[in-house]
Design a protein around this ligand. Structure first.
Ligand code: 3HC
Ligand code: NAI
Length: 685
């Protein structure tokens, strides 16, 4: 870490260089305080430019210090010392000014930024609130409604919007350093502006805070930080600066030590580690400048849109001309939807569509860098596709299958240059869902695997390497979840009680609602395949529902009844009767919310641990990312593995043992038992 000071006539340029993102470590905080003192004492200096080296302005507090006791100088004091400097400090922003970085900029007398800069207070995404004046200075600088928006959403704004809000004073086109120095020379002539801390918060309309509270609570659900952030802004508008700062700091420190913050920090670092697995260090990916998708159904269309969103030219190959038209229409419908929802300009949608060429001639693929197959989930259909690709594509083109359950080794069998083949498992809708399971076979070359990870980065997806097994990581765990959900029904719980408990836990939907939405027929098809492999999948009630064609919402009923045109699930007497028949003779018990949650989540953890033991997943945090980004597991719980660790593995094992004794779950695997016993042995009693 270095902070250098260079004098450019009467302007001092303070450059922060603390790679990778200029986070505010203790040494940087100290260096900034020292710089204020040094420049205050230098009579030749009339104004100061605070600028950063590398790819960004200060991106915030150093999150890796959050688990440790705070070390002085504390950030609020650093910001206060910049704000009380005798000369005007000008924050010159490029990249991102986030969290503590923006708070430092709010301490400066002025803020300027390049057009591509973004500014925000993302603390709520880490389970905390701004801790160095963000909630107190911001409403004193910009309209309280805008401050509420920025702080409680955690979403950044671009430079253009920042000027409109009054968050920054100018946008600098061209070289930031010289532009900021010119700006500093101008303001050096003027009296110092009133520090933000001494400004008043503008009055708000009656009912403003109550309405904001309702809106924030509805979005935050069970996340604590957004409402606490709102409370801090409200307090800041109703009390004096010093008291407001004390209130903010107290809330910040309380949340910093909370379990939600620990979970969100875990996810933050897991997401940043995911794109760069250590086993691929130094392996260069192949270049991807063009892509193709085979099959333009649900997945193919979504994958094509994801590739176009990353500006890759896309070829879509279908079975015949009619199917090509349907496939193109599917992609068009995705963009039309984005335009209708106001998320995309029509011109952008048109440009995206113009970059897709459709056809039924595999010859279109002769020079494509990456081909992703998304045809029917049928081994012989997929093998026939790869036989053609093998003949037509360049020998260094990367060839991928999006299969959900088939063994990629069988799909790619017989392929010329098998080292270029791998599984790329997208999640539906593929242009929205962030997860990408990357499934190498034994023959996949390291650079082809690295290409999968590079593609994920290009598409803005979270990549997780998965080994080959039925369902890879995510869907294999889903099978256990569904079996557990049925075990609950057979021992006294109802579908609506199970779904309600899982929603209360933080999932967007319970297992039965989710099956009704996706369709029960898909899982029935997979169970059939499993039985032909000699397996005995457990879904006695689902089998009965499929036998009477209750496939879910699409057939007017599944686990629930649905009235036509209404997606609201209604408890079904038919289902109650079937459950009673299947459950006859089984012991019944009472299920409360917590015990339902345990009977679903802890077997999930058990299966996930087996997945780790088998090295189908390489890191426990990868499993957390799969469940969060593929299945809506609440981020603030950190994923199932983090949840189990936080709960205590000894307790997880004890609950699983109790469930197993009642025949309500598999017993805990050795991979769970061993660390639980080890930790139990070393923890002080
Ligand atoms: N603290 C510590 N490390 C950080 C960090 C932070 N605030 N932000 C990023 N890093 C690390 C990452 O872990 C990663 O490390 P690695 O190379 O060892 O894996 C490295 O910096 C690069 O990060 P990215 O891969 O995310 O880099 P990008 O260029 O893609 O993105 C960024 C840059 C937009 C700045 C992004 O890193 C980001 O959003 N960072 C988080 C910003 C944030 O949340 N700030 C608020 C912190 S809380 C706070 O300030 C509290 C205050 O109010 C008191
Ligand atoms: P779909 O039935 O919606 O689409 C399949 C498309 O492939 C159809 O448009 C069909 O015309 C086309 N097709 C069939 N044979 C072809 C051939 N020989 N050449 C070119 N096109 C051909 O199926 P969906 O849901 O898109 O699934 C595709 C693949 O993605 C499957 O392997 C599936 O398991 C997998 N998958 C599906 C997910 C989902 O949620 N639907 C999630 C993740 C993976």
């Amino acid at each position: 870490m270095t902070v250098t000071i260079i004098r450019e006539n009467a302007i001092a340029v303070v450059t922060v260089d603390n790679p990778p993102v200029n986070a505010l470590s203790q040494t940087l905080r100290q260096a900034l305080v020292d710089a204020v003192a040094e420049l205050d004492a230098d009579a030749a200096v009339r104004a100061v430019v605070l600028i950063c080296a590398g790819r960004t302005f200060i991106a915030g507090a150093d999150v890796s210090e959050f688990g440790k006791p705070p070390q002085p100088p504390h950030l609020p004091d650093v910001v206060a010392s910049i704000e009380s400097a005798k000369k005007p400090w000008v924050a010159a922003i490029h990249g991102s000014a986030l969290g503590g970085g923006l708070e430092v900029a709010l301490g400066c007398a002025y803020r300027v930024a390049v057009p591509s800069a973004s500014l925000g207070l993302p603390e709520v995404k880490l389970g905390i609130i701004p801790g160095a004046g963000g909630t107190v200075r911001l409403p004193r600088l910009i309209a309280p409604a805008a401050a509420v928006d920025l702080v409680t959403s955690g979403n950044p704004v671009g430079a253009k919007k920042a000027v409109a809000l009054g968050l920054i004073d100018a946008v600098i086109d061209g070289d930031l350093r010289s532009g900021a120095i010119a700006f500093a020379n101008d303001v050096a002539e003027k009296p110092l502006p009133q520090p933000i801390s001494r400004r008043a918060v503008p009055l708000v309309d009656a009912g403003f805070w109550e309405n904001a509270e309702k809106a924030v609570a509805a979005k935050a659900k069970r996340e604590a930080a957004p409402l606490k952030a709102l409370a801090s802004i409200r307090n800041a508008s109703e009390t004096n600066f010093a008291d407001a700062m004390a209130f903010e700091r107290e809330t910040f420190l309380e949340l910093r030590g909370s379990s939600q913050a620990a979970a969100l920090r875990h996810v933050f670092f897991a997401e940043r580690a995911a794109p760069r697995p250590p086993e691929l260090t130094g392996v260069a990916p192949r270049g991807i400048r063009s892509a193709a998708v085979i099959g333009g159904g649900t997945m193919g269309a979504g994958i094509a849109a994801a590739l176009r969103d990353a500006c890759l030219p896309v070829v879509l190959v279908e079975r015949d001309t009619a199917a090509v038209e349907r496939g193109l229409a599917n992609i068009h419908a995705i963009y039309e939807g984005s335009v209708k929802r106001g998320r995309m300009m029509q011109a952008v949608a048109d440009e995206r569509m113009a970059g897709v060429i459709g056809g039924d001639d595999y010859g279109l693929l002769a020079d494509t860098d990456l081909v992703i197959e998304a045809v029917f989930e049928d081994l012989s259909v997929k093998r026939a596709v790869f036989a053609k690709l093998s003949d037509i594509c360049r020998s260094d083109a990367v060839l991928a299958t999006n299969t959900s359950y088939l063994d990629p080794r069988l799909i790619g069998e017989g392929l010329a240059q098998p080292e270029r083949f791998l599984g790329l498992h997208f999640f539906s809708p593929a242009h929205v869902m962030k997860l990408l399971e990357i499934v190498p076979t034994e023959t996949t070359a390291p650079e082809v695997l690295a290409t999968g990870f590079a593609l994920a980065r290009l598409l803005g997806k979270v990549p997780v390497r998965a080994g080959i097994c039925d369902g890879f990581i995510g869907n294999r765990i889903v099978k256990v979840t569904r079996a557990q959900a049925e075990r609950l029904l057979l021992s006294g719980a109802t579908p609506s009680a199970v779904d309600a408990a899982m929603r209360a836990f933080g999932l967007p939907m319970g297992p039965f609602e989710a099956q009704d939405l996706g369709g029960l027929d898909i899982a029935a098809f997979q169970r059939k395949a499993a039985r032909t492999r000699g397996e005995t999948p457990f879904a006695p009630v689902a089998e009965r529902l499929c036998a009477i064609e209750r496939y879910g919402q699409k057939s007017g009923g599944g686990w629930y009844d649905y009235q036509s045109g209404d997606r609201t699930p209604k408890p079904s007497e038919t289902v109650v009767a079937i459950i009673a028949e299947v459950a006859a003779g089984r012991p019944q018990r009472a299920w409360d919310e917590m015990s339902i949650t345990d009977a679903i989540i802890l077997p999930m953890v058990n299966e996930a641990t087996r997945i780790l033991e088998e090295r189908v997943a390489l890191r426990s945090a990868d499993i957390d990312l799969v469940k969060i980004h593929g299945y809506g597991f609440p981020r603030w719980r950190g994923g199932p593995m983090h949840y189990a660790e936080a709960r205590g593995l000894a307790e997880v094992v004890a609950v699983l043992d109790r469930l197993a004794a009642e025949g309500l779950a598999e017993p805990p695997c050795e991979g769970l038992r061993r660390p639980a016993e080890r930790r139990h042995a070393i923890s002080p009693s």
